[in-house]
Design a protein around this ligand. Structure first.
Ligand code: PAF
Length: 288
């Protein structure tokens, strides 16, 4: 695996494989890779001949400067893990390669997709930062397919919307969330949790799991499912920032789970803001 830092090096590295008809997959990341990223890289290898991993902590999507400053970074470790998972090329640009002097363009998905859930709490600007950088990365790499994790369910929806609306030729694939054995969704931010906070962090999975059990037990009433999920967080002394049951396509609130519904949760645990979600399936299907 080679590491490249500039757009021209990246394009030069992809020129010959492309001419030879090889397909390219992109896994955009902000680094500090964990098993969730590695499953995306493995899926990328399945989906295309070449897997490109981008590593860029994108400043424009952080609403909190402290969160940006505290975001864990370790490029050497990331390079090793990416290579082991089968990446062919690591694209690790400096901020001024992505946002050179004079940069003033934004790519924005507007409306409920960016204003609901995360948008309501972090601000829609978070997603505007994501879509701006992802559209740039897609233009830099020109992949046949790009892969994103289901843990950031809203981000995946927003990116799909952008790709459709802008007629981007890249296929967007969403890969299931990878969890620790006790259910905690893998996240680069988990390393910032202390021992006690790591236990408290299980509140999110407990809420999702309780809701799944309710639905499988025949409860389809959103208010009652949400109450049970909220109650499941109480023993962990964690308050959800939001806990919402919404349509998995347009994020509109759901009152009855008579078809697939997205249950999404966000909560602060110690210094870290965590998110998680599951799809509730009313007819005994397996929840993701
Ligand atoms: O999910 C992430 O890590 C980031 O939002 C992404 C897609 C790499 C854009 O910076």
């Amino acid at each position: 695996m080679r590491t490249v830092r500039t757009i021209s090096e990246l394009r030069a590295a992809l020129r010959t494989p492309r001419t030879n008809g090889r397909t390219v997959a992109l896994v955009p990341t902000m680094g500090y890779l964990h098993e969730g990223h590695l499953s995306l890289i493995r899926a990328a290898r399945e989906a295309a001949d070449l897997a490109v991993v981008s590593l860029f902590v994108n400043p424009t999507q952080f609403n909190d400067p402290n969160d940006l400053a505290a975001y864990p970074r370790d490029e050497q470790r990331d390079a090793l893990l990416a290579q082991e998972a089968g990446a062919d090329l690591l694209f690790a640009p400096q901020p001024d390669e992505v946002y050179p002097r004079g940069f003033t363009t934004q790519v924005r998905v507007t409306g409920p997709l960016t204003e609901a859930l995360e948008g309501a709490h972090r601000g829609a600007d978070h997603f505007h930062g994501v879509t701006t950088v992802v559209s740039k990365l897609l233009n830099m790499v020109g992949p046949d397919v790009a892969l994103f994790g289901q843990k950031d369910a809203q981000q995946a929806l927003v990116i799909r919307r952008m790709a459709t609306d802008l007629d981007l030729p890249t296929r967007i694939e969403v890969v299931p969330t990878v969890r620790e054995p006790d259910g905690l969704a893998m996240s680069s931010r988990n390393v910032r949790l202390s021992g006690t906070e790591r236990e408290q962090a299980l509140a999110l999975h407990a809420a999702l799991h309780t809701a799944e059990r309710h639905v499988h037990g025949g409860d389809h009433d959103a208010a009652s499912i949400l109450q049970a999920a909220r109650d499941a967080m109480t023993p962990f002394a964690v308050e959800p920032e939001y806990l919402a049951l919404v349509d998995p396509e347009d994020l509109s609130p759901v009152t009855t789970v008579d078809q697939d519904a997205l249950l999404a949760v966000a909560a602060h645990v110690g210094p870290v803001r965590l998110i998680d979600n599951t799809i509730l399936t009313p007819n005994g299907g397996t929840a993701r």
